[in-house]
Ligand binder design. Structure first.
Ligand SMILES: Nc1ncnc2c1ncn2[C@@H]1O[C@H](COP(=O)(O)OP(=O)(O)OP(=O)(O)O)[C@@H](O)[C@H]1O
Length: 223
């Protein structure tokens, strides 16, 4: 197994003095290729902060993050954005689809930002696995929550990133749809050898993971 994502001495402090919040307070973490990791913990424990740091969406107060052999935390913001779009797919609770673009356009949008050609054959494979082939011309608002999240999964996978980071992706879905969506995510990621790190409040969803990490007060409390 090889490590695809590594954090060392990761800290994120917000504010100063009395009002300072230590959202992350020294996290060391190694994520292996192909692993499906769930991150659990109470509200405010630092889960989203950790995920955002791991994906380079925000910069740490201290510590380092490596994606493969690249130190993400050392890249300048424009470099980091390009690197991120190639290596990391994000899935959020609120889907974050663009309402005026069709399903297909949403799926290929991050690829078009880098002026690359989408691999249509590969994306159609994902679309079929996710059961979206009849929805490609629809607008996101005409889809159910579960369908919208499947579009967000297809978008995250479309650029063939090595890592998928998902922040409470089933938070707006009923339990049956949640199981389906995570099952599909797990299946597609396995098919394409991708690594998943997913925040969840749902114990059933956490049970579907290979590894469960509990965050408490900005630190890893159990692994
Ligand atoms: N931009 C910010 N400015 C100040 N404090 C912040 C900021 N973002 C997060 N925090 C604080 O950092 C701590 C960790 O927040 P974080 O969102 O990482 O928790 P979480 O475990 O993801 O919570 P939830 O499960 O409710 O989403 C909280 O105390 C939060 O209030």
């Amino acid at each position: 197994m090889s490590t695809v994502l590594k954090a060392r001495g990761l800290k994120k402090y917000y504010g100063k003095g009395e009002a300072q919040v230590r959202a992350l307070d020294g996290v060391d973490l190694d994520i292996e290729k192909g692993e499906f990791t769930a991150i659990i913990g109470t509200s405010g424990s630092g889960k989203s902060t950790l995920l955002h740091m791991l994906g380079g969406l925000d910069t740490p107060t201290a510590g380092k993050i490596f994606v493969g052999n690249t130190e993400l935390s050392a890249l300048k913001s424009e470099e980091a954005a390009v690197f991120r779009r190639k290596q990391i797919g994000f899935i959020f609770q609120n889907y974050n689809l663009i309402p005026v673009l069709s399903v297909w356009e949403n799926i290929v949008f991050p690829i078009s930002l880098d002026r690359q050609k989408p691999d249509r054959r590969f994306i159609m494979e994902i679309v079929k696995l996710l059961g979206l082939e009849k929805k490609l011309d629809s607008l996101p608002n005409n889809l159910s929550g579960g369908q919208q999240q499947r579009v967000a999964i297809a978008r995250a996978l479309a650029g063939k990133p090595s890592i998928i980071l998902a922040d409470e992706p089933t938070g707006n879905l009923d339990s049956h749809t949640s199981d389906d969506v995570v099952g599909l995510l797990k299946m597609t990621a396995r098919e394409f050898h991708q690594t998943i790190v997913m925040i969840t409040h749902n114990p059933e969803i956490a049970q579907m993971a290979d590894r469960v990490i509990r965050i408490e007060d900005g630190r890893i409390a159990a692994d």
